[in-house]
Design a protein around this ligand. Structure first.
Ligand code: ATP
Ligand code: MG
Length: 585
């Protein structure tokens, strides 16, 4: 993978603001309304059922894994609508599948929503409604709109038909209401084994939409539920639980992803058949991200098979992983704004995510100097003393102030900032050449010291005292390059983890026969190095985000850092290194 040494550098490399504005130019008008907002406004203006109501949305995760960046999109959309229109947004756990769900996931989801800056108006669980759903199912049976079916899942599939052929009625479809009620009660009482029977809606086996071909409402599952324990052994299907939960909560707009578009007629059928309050389901496109897998099932596989260190591994696209990596809530909001709300499925370039965090950190992160691959510089004409130089913490934010930077005779610079036989446009240090040290002086390289094997071990240089940054005489002499450095005797040694993308391919799931997405894992997605950094960096608290000048943004890891021994996670490089590789191809 890309090592720092392979990044190209421009002569004066301290202009992240300018670089980043290119991204802003491409973004759509961030104040324009999305299609969901337009529809909501239309509904409130025209539908009598909404008179006097407020916009009410919900975010309905299934607690079967940690949330990912796709969920962040849904969270920003649902909570954002409530905020925009002064309405409400509930957090509802869609916990109808007891075998895959647990409380660890519930807790992590709440933490992630809060971290994104949202507070739900009410917290619910679909399991809160199990009793009401059961009563409503009985009502549908009494109305002749639901029946108990003894077909096994394999047979049910055969009876279902295909997209081009109608299905066949189940032989159990015409059971009497009394028999259905009796069997359904006995299903609930636990008299039958898993899979023996189902409760199905009685709609139309010839419907073009397969979801309307007598869909299953309940299945028998003798499983312990993380909240209701062993009270239930029949569990509602998503379609039966979801719309009814929305209805109970008075949701006005139930926003879900496109794969549920075909379920909408069923959503409507249930509400209409029960004669209950009827929310409007609306769909938007699922977000996909290049170089990323996003299904919880695959993320779970990465965790359980230990391809990563956990759900919050800084390479994971989970909200907890992004948080630990150093992403800010603001950067995720910015990202969600920039990608907008799409009607059709597409894949977002991960560069948009990376530039969102770069843009936010550019304005808030203090700058420091860090040397990841050191080469020693000895300034032969400098005294054996320490001088403290004034360094600006953040040129984008005056209130960040400045600090005192120790400078002395022995320094480290990046190995890549020196070349013995450089090309003509190389403006950093070279034999006989001059370069400016950031915040300090112009130095000239007089001698290259090598070990017996021919490796460069030291550069012997001289400095010009008249060129001190900020002094009256500094501007009299100009050089084309400025490089960063740290004072060898003052530097702290810290661990730096250089993260890169977890997958090598733009679409990790696009694999030839016999391969899986796991074959696309980037073997160099993390590399750990010891770096020499300014002394102040050793004292940064976990979670602090900084810029290593000319390099990238880093965050002090919240798990592996010890007091005085921070571990820095690379959040993102200052420039998009992958675009350069693509351009060279
Ligand atoms: P996954 O397939 O990754 O497990 P899911 O849709 O099953 O996702 P849920 O917990 O059911 O996960 O999702 C909660 C909400 O988040 C749903 O409303 C869903 O539509 C939305 N959501 C999930 N993934 C995305 C995505 N990639 N883009 C936008 N919204 C998403
Ligand atoms: Mg799901």
């Amino acid at each position: 993978m890309l090592h720092n040494g392979e990044q190209e550098r421009e002569p004066l490399d301290f202009l992240p603001t300018e670089r980043n504005t290119a991204v802003n130019d491409q973004t759509p008008n961030e104040t324009s309304k999305n299609f969901i907002e337009i529809e909501i406004e239309k509904d409130f203006a025209t539908k009598p059922a909404l008179a006097g109501k407020q916009v009410a949305t919900r975010f309905p995760p299934e607690p079967n894994g940690y949330l990912h960046i796709g969920h962040a999109k849904s969270i920003c959309l649902n909570f954002g609508l409530a905020r925009t229109y002064g309405g409400t947004c509930n957090l509802r756990f869609d916990d109808t599948n007891p075998t895959k769900e647990n409380d660890e996931y519930v807790q992590s989801i709440m933490e992630d929503v809060r971290w994104l800056g949202f507070q739900w108006d009410a917290l619910y669980y679909a399991s809160d409604y199990f009793e009401q759903l059961y009563q409503w199912a009985v009502q549908l049976i009494r109305d002749g709109k639901a029946f108990v079916c003894d077909l096994q899942s394999e047979q049910m599939r055969e009876y279902r038909g295909t997209l081009t052929e109608p299905g066949k009625n189940s032989p159990y479809r015409d059971r009497s209401i009394e028999e259905n009620i009796d069997l359904f009660q006995r299903m609930k009482a636990g008299e039958f084994p898993d899979g023996a029977r189902t409760l199905r809606a009685k709609i139309d086996m010839a419907a073009h939409n397969l979801n309307l071909r007598d869909p299953v409402m309940y299945r028998i599952m003798h499983a312990h539920h993380h909240r209701t324990g062993d009270k239930w052994c029949i569990y509602p299907m998503y379609d039966w639980a979801h719309g009814q939960s929305d209805s109970i909560e008075g949701i006005t707009h139930s926003i879900c992803t496109l794969e549920f578009e075909n379920h909408r007629p069923l959503y409507d059928w249930f509400c209409q058949s029960l004669g209950i309050y009827h929310p409007r389901q609306m769909e938007f496109a699922r977000m996909n991200l290049s170089y990323t897998v996003m299904s919880k099932r695959k993320l779970l596989q990465l965790v359980t098979e230990k391809h990563v260190e956990g759900w919050d591994d800084p390479r994971m696209p989970t909200i907890s992983g992004l948080r630990r990596r150093g992403y800010t809530p603001e950067s995720l909001h910015l990202f969600c704004e920039r990608i907008g709300v799409a009607r059709f499925n597409s894949t977002i370039d991960v560069i948009v995510l990376e530039s969102s965090v770069r843009d936010h950190l550019n304005s808030i992160a203090s700058r420091y100097m860090a040397i990841l691959d050191p080469i020693k510089v000895v300034i032969t004409n400098y005294p054996d003393s320490t001088e403290f130089l004034d360094a600006v913490n953040n040129p984008e934010d005056e209130s960040a102030g400045s600090r005192q930077l120790p400078f002395s005779k022995e320094l480290y610079i990046e190995r890549e900032d020196f070349m013995e036989t450089p090309p003509s446009k190389f403006f950093r240090l070279k034999p006989g050449g001059e370069v400016r040290l950031r915040y300090a002086y112009i130095i000239r390289c007089d001698e290259v010291v090598k070990d017996e094997a021919g490796n460069i071990v030291e550069l012997r240089c001289t400095y010009d005292p008249e060129t001190k940054s900020g002094s009256a005489t500094a501007s009299e002499r100009k050089v084309k390059g400025t490089i960063h450095w740290v004072s060898a005797n003052h530097a702290a040694s810290v661990t730096v983890r250089l993260y890169d993308r977890l997958f090598l391919n733009e679409n990790p799931e696009d694999v030839p026969a016999g391969k899986t997405f796991l074959d696309n894992i980037n073997p160099d997605s993390v590399r750990s190095v010891q770096a020499f950094v300014e002394p102040e960096l050793a004292a940064q608290a976990p979670g602090t985000r900084v810029q290593f000048e000319r390099n990238g943004y880093y965050c002090v890891d919240t798990k592996d850092s010890q007091p005085g021994h921070p571990v820095f996670n690379r959040i993102v490089t200052l420039k998009d290194t992958w675009a350069k590789i693509a351009a060279k191809k």
